[in-house]
Structure formats: C-alpha cells, structure tokens
Design a protein around this ligand. Structure first.
Ligand code: FE
Ligand code: FE
Length: 391
C-alpha cells in the first residue's frame, strides 16, 4: 500500500502556496494520499479581531483542497484538547494506519529547528521527513547539513523542491485588507472569507477616527516599524502646526505613509497590478521604492483619504517637482522623526523649524549621497525636486 503524507499547518487562511506545496509533495514523494491537518492555535496566542474560529479554518481548508481525490482534510488536531504536539498526531496516525508508511511534510524553518520540537525521536520513529524547500541561496547548505545529521542517526529525509513564490499568511492577511489577495486565494476560499467577513473584509476603513486608524495601521505594520510611523506622525503634526499646514492631513499622511512597507518587491508589484497602475521604468527596476506609490493607492482606495494626503504619501520617498507644504512636511518628518539617528539629523531637525525648503533640500541631498554610496540609481523625481530648489 502507498505512503500517506501528513501536512499540518494553521491555514489562517489556506492559500495557493499551500495547494502548490501539497501537490508538489504528492508528486515528488509518490504519495497515495495526503492528510491535511489544521492545527489548534495555542490558547495563549492573542488572536486579532476578525480571525476565523477553528471550525472556520477547517471549512476554508476543506474548500481549498476540494476536488483532489488524493487529499483529505482531517479535524483530528482541532478535536484534541490542549496544545497539539506533532508527536501525538504522528503516534495517533501510526496506530490508525499500522501497515502504511507515513511521511511528515515540514517547511524549511521547521526542519532546521526540528530538534527543538517536543520528542523529535518519537516523531522520527514513526515517519520519514519530507522537506519542502524553496532552494534559495544560503538555504540549501543548512538543509543539507541537517539532512546529513538525521541520516547519520539512521533516519531518512526526502527533499521536495517547491519553487512556487510563497506568500506568508501574515502578508496574505495584509493583502486581504488592501483588497489585492485575489490571485493568492482559491475562489471558494475567497468567497468564504467575504461571506463571513473574515480578516476585516466586511469592514469600511474610510474616515476612521485617528485612534481607530492607529490601531488598524499598527496591526498591518511590522512590529519594528511601529515606532517610526508613530514618530513620523507626531513630527508631521508638530511641523504642520509650526508652518500652518492642515494638522489632520499631516497626522493621517504621517501614520499611513509606510502602510504597505511590510510587503516585498513581488507583492508591491501585485498591488500595482491589482490597482491597474502603470509603472515607470525606474519603479520596475527598484520595486522596493514602490511602497510610496502603493501606500498612496491604499490610502485612497481603502482608507478613503483626500488627495492632499494621498499625494504626500506618494512623494514621501523620492520627493518630486512642485511639492505642496504638506508633502514637504511628510518628507522631512519621515527623515527626522525621533527614532532616526544618523550624522546630520540634528541639523535637519533645526532647519525644519527655520526654513522648510532648506530642510527638504538637505534631505534630498542626503538621499542622493546615500544612493551614490550604494551605487543605486536616483529617481528622476528626486532630481527634479532638487533642481527646483536649486533653481
Ligand atoms: Fe517610507
Ligand atoms: Fe517611513
């Protein structure tokens, strides 16, 4: 009888990456059957509002894998009380299928930390490990080393190359709020999420009061960026008061300016595609600078911000010719907020309250120097902004 694969995960939500990985594993490992097992989320974990319950994750997982007769979704971990440990699942399946060989699928991170799991030896006595890996540079060496270590102990490890562009569930939840997750979700799962208003899909994010906006923004940022964003907002508000700009616009542009920054280059490009935006050659070459553009699109389309705010977000990385006072304020605030620390920042902080154009010029020049050191190209918009100030 053929081998049974075991594929556990949180599936919050299940997405195309999971489906591709499952199919790749079935083919590469010659599995007769694959059991997909959504795990219990540890009770002590804080679950954000709008998250699905266990039954909803199970329902979504069933929808995601429906139609492939080789795949079965199991609720065995969801039914179990307390934390579910892999060794328990593996032992239960070994009892249930005494004459079948079992293959436990693990991702790269899990494979490399395998000996930190509870009772790794119990797991290894029941299963072969099937490792799904992307084959990125640097990854292969660590995997080979771990494989050799396990083989040295008499266990077999099989590698499955899974080169599909992965998306993490965390990024996927961001993309759902930005309304750009369509290409990553099986249609039936997307429909379920909509119907049940999961991950904030039913919510109207337009014109949120500042406190609520702050909560939403913080939930979408990487933790390491939160202090910067709040600092940028506070600095923008200070500068707006000082120079007589609209304080509310400054606060909203400040807090939203890096709203899409957590997403990598390919996801930035997905946002542009979903919003139907044409890209300049420069943006295509440097997709990381795209967060200013995609942030402005999200600010307009999702958060319903006005054009003054949208434009200030759009120009916050490169500047541009003909910047408004609000744009200059957000550009400079981003550069000098209290968490920034680099040679020259104090001079920028002083200048910002004396001469806004001089502060902007200093910021643009420092960007130019920084890019030159990196050997990166300078955006035509940065050049234009500087030419104007020098003119
Ligand atoms: Fe930024
Ligand atoms: Fe920033």
């Amino acid at each position: 009888m053929g081998r049974i694969g075991i594929y556990g995960g949180t599936f919050d939500p299940p997405h195309m990456g999971h489906i591709c990985a499952a199919k790749a594993a079935i083919d590469a490992l010659g599995l007769e059957e694959l059991l997909v097992i959504p795990d219990r989320i540890a009770p002590h974990k804080t679950i954000p509002a709008g998250s699905p319950g266990p039954e909803q994750r199970l329902a979504m997982t069933a929808l995601a894998f429906q139609g492939d007769p080789r795949i079965r979704v199991s609720d065995m971990e969801l039914r179990r009380e307390g934390t579910s440990y892999t060794y328990e699942t593996v032992e239960a399946l070994a009892r249930q299928y005494p004459d079948r060989a079992l293959v436990l699928l693990v991702g790269t991170d899990m494979f490399l930390s395998f000996f930190d799991w509870k009772h790794p030896e119990k797991i290894l006595s029941k299963v072969t490990l099937g490792v799904l890996y992307r084959g990125d540079r640097g990854e292969a060496e660590a995997i080979e080393a771990q494989k050799a270590r396990l083989e040295g102990m008499g266990h077999s490890v099989e590698l499955v190359r899974n080169p599909v562009i992965p998306i993490s569930s965390t990024d996927l939840r961001r993309m759902i709020v930005f309304r750009c997750a369509g290409s990553f979700l099986p249609p039936a799962v997307a429909a379920y999420i909509q119907e049940h208003g999961l991950y904030g899909t039913g919510r109207d994010y337009r014109d949120l009061p500042m406190e609520e906006l702050e909560r939403v923004v913080v939930s979408l940022l990487k933790k390491s960026r939160v202090a910067h964003v709040l600092g940028c907002r506070d600095t923008a508000v200070d500068l707006a008061r000082h120079w007589g700009a609209d304080v509310t616009d400054a606060a909203r542009a400040g807090i939203l300016h890096d709203i899409t920054k957590a997403l990598d280059g390919p996801l930035q490009l997905t946002l542009c595609r979903e919003y139907g935006t044409m890209l300049s050659d420069f943006s295509k070459k440097y997709p990381k600078t795209l967060h200013a553009l995609t942030g402005s699109l999200v600010a307009r389309e999702v958060f319903g911000e006005n054009e003054a705010v949208v434009t200030a977000i759009r120009s916050h990385t490169t500047g541009r010719g003909g910047m408004s006072l609000l744009e200059k304020i957000v550009y400079v605030a981003d550069y000098m907020e209290p968490n920034r620390d680099f040679p020259g920042v104090e001079r920028l902080r002083t200048l910002a309250y004396q001469d806004m154009d001089a502060a902007l010029k200093l910021g643009l020049e420092m960007t130019l120097e920084h890019l030159a050191r990196q050997g990166s190209q300078v955006s035509p918009q940065t050049r234009q902004a500087l030419a104007e100030l020098n003119g």
